[in-house]
Design a protein around this ligand. Structure first.
Ligand SMILES: Nc1ncnc2c1ncn2[C@@H]1O[C@H](COP(=O)(O)OP(=O)(O)OP(=O)(O)O)[C@@H](O)[C@H]1O
Length: 297
């Protein structure tokens, strides 16, 4: 039986990916002004991500996962340190960093095709002809299995289909890095499983670099090359990084009985439930930004 040794757990301060990192976070800290004084959300976040890696960010609600992602997206400016993408400091949003949010954020008056077209036009208006753009939009909608519903508006399709269109729109921008903030959080279990499979398939074919926030331990282990586990805030930081050494393609049914898979799950769960438990009892679910209950596994 394969066992997970301490060598699977990486000390964040000594990470040295052998390949040149596509993205590097160095000494990232951020303070938010609040009516009662400043709130330090993150301290000294260090992370190097190699091209083609699939990284999950996991941690208790409010620990700062979205803040990390928003700094990489250029939507928030770090107070200290910063993010460097392929040698270029990130200071503002840009098409090389596409974001997929939990709630699809499609324009309701446009069809699936037109939603993707809007993004494609802003990026490829000068470099692709009209016919090439059409082909590219259709290609990306087909990638997420939405070719049959290109002419439907968001209110005519299911939540999972909307999320597929959001992913197609992000992929169509050919981003250097795809940032996904709980992309499947609002979906039922079956739809979620289908979309996880689609993302694994697409990543295998295109070799995308992806950072994904999730609260779902199974999802993190199934999809990731590494799981970045964050400590609780205030002053949250990278606690441990778990390297997931499971061969691809990964099959969720087969993995359910795989001892190594279950040990990885256990590692993440014990980090979440034991090491980082501060004031909350185990049985209490944490509360999200909008007061919604959030489960951790
Ligand atoms: N603009 C802001 N002003 C003040 N505080 C903020 C702001 N944005 C985030 N925070 C605080 O920073 C901390 C980290 O928030 P963040 O949304 O990154 O957490 P999270 O791990 O993504 O949470 P969740 O899992 O619930 O989505 C939280 O305590 C949050 O209240």
């Amino acid at each position: 039986m394969n066992t997970i040794t301490d060598s699977n757990i990486i000390d964040s301060s000594i990470i040295d990916r052998s390949i040149n990192p596509i993205l590097e976070l160095t000494g990232v800290g951020i303070e938010f002004p609040t009516p009662t004084g400043s709130y330090r959300a993150l301290t000294d976040v260090n992370l190097k991500i190699a091209k083609g890696e699939m990284i999950s960010l996991i941690g208790h609600s409010g620990c700062g996962k979205s803040t990390v992602l928003n700094i990489v997206a250029g939507l928030l400016q770090a107070t200290e340190g910063g993010a460097v993408l392929e040698g270029k400091e990130v200071n503002e949003p840009g098409p090389e960093r596409a974001v997929v949010f939990q709630n699809h954020s499609l324009l309701p008056w446009l069809t699936a095709y037109e939603n993707v077209e809007l993004a494609v036009k802003t990026i490829f208006d000068k470099s692709k002809s009209k016919a090439e753009m059409k082909e590219w939009i259709e290609h990306n909608l087909n990638l997420v299995h939405m070719g049959h519903a290109m002419d439907k508006r968001p209110d005519e399709i299911s939540g999972g289909m909307k999320q597929r269109v959001g992913i197609a729109r992000a992929l169509a921008m050919e981003p250097k890095i795809l940032l996904m903030d709980e992309p499947f959080g609002a979906l039922d279990a079956l739809t979620r499983a289908h979309l996880q499979d689609s993302v694994m398939e697409i990543q295998k074919d295109l070799g995308n670099t992806i950072i994904m926030i999730t609260h779902d331990v199974d999802e993190a282990v199934l999809l990731s090359d590494r799981i970045v586990m964050m400590t609780n805030g205030p002053s949250a930081t990278v606690g441990e990084i778990l390297e997931i050494d499971l061969p691809r393609p990964r099959n969720r049914i087969e993995l359910a009985d795989d001892p190594k898979y279950n040990q990885y799950r256990q590692k993440v769960l014990s980090f979440l439930y034991e090491k980082q438990r501060k004031v909350e009892p185990l049985t209490r679910s944490t509360s999200g930004k909008n007061g919604e209950a959030k489960k951790l596994a």
